[in-house]
Ligand binder design. Structure first.
Ligand code: GRF
Length: 210
């Protein structure tokens, strides 16, 4: 069974969706860089181990990442799931977990990497928006995308309404992507190729909510 660690910094609604999803992998532990993260309460309620590693107690990003890395090794983790984890990871950490670390980003990557995606979508007047589950690589929000949730932007949508609607989609696609890794539907090969049902994954699998 695949052993999963979830890294969080805040509310943890995606962690909740993962815990509720009856994955065929096991969520072994949750790591937060913030002691006040509500995600920690959610994990404790579900009897999942929690560890707080406060980045501000470490002199460098590398020193902080080394402690997280050791914790993941101690738990014998196969898959690291970033769920609202608000720290940039060092190149070494990303390299160590290449092909074994996922993130969810609130845009239809490769569009709108980085922050304030809902505002940027509204400013541009896009009619479609969404969220993407992708492998983490050293370049920000640039690893192979696995799944996307797509919605149509309404005339009356605001940053807040888009944030709500995107969250609902995230709670659908993140557990699905993680489950596909747990049950072998998605596989990451040593050469960086990603297979979906044995075939090279060219485009992320899309779920549309119109
Ligand atoms: C999500 O919207 C995700 O797209 C972004 O961080 C947010 C985390 O939300 N990476 P939550 O803590 O899971 O509720």
């Amino acid at each position: 069974m695949i052993k999963i660690a979830v890294l969080v910094s805040g509310n943890g609604s995606n962690l909740q969706a993962l815990m509720d999803a009856n994955l065929s992998g096991e969520i072994v532990g949750v790591i937060s860089n913030k002691p006040e993260a509500y995600a920690l309460e959610r994990a404790k309620k579900a009897n999942i181990k929690t560890v707080v590693i406060e980045h501000k107690h470490y002199p460098t990003r590398e020193a902080f990442d080394a402690v997280m890395h050791q914790q993941l090794l101690d738990w014998d983790i196969d898959l690291v799931v970033l769920a609202g984890f608000m720290r940039i990871l060092s190149a070494e950490f990303v390299h160590n977990w290449e092909g074994k670390m996922l993130n969810i980003h609130p845009s239809l990557l490769p569009h709108y990497k980085g922050m304030h995606t809902h505002q940027r979508v509204l400013n541009t007047g896009d009619t479609l928006h969404g969220c993407t589950v992708h492998y983490v690589t050293a370049e920000l929000d640039a690893g192979q995308s696995l799944t996307q949730g797509v919605l149509r932007v309404g005339l009356h949508d605001t940053v807040d309404s888009l944030a709500d609607r995107i969250h609902t989609l995230e709670h659908l696609i993140y557990p699905q992507a993680v489950e596909w890794i747990c049950n072998g539907t998605i596989r990451y090969l040593k050469n960086g190729q990603v297979l979906y049902k044995g075939q090279q994954l060219e485009q992320p699998i899309q779920f549309c909510k119109f």
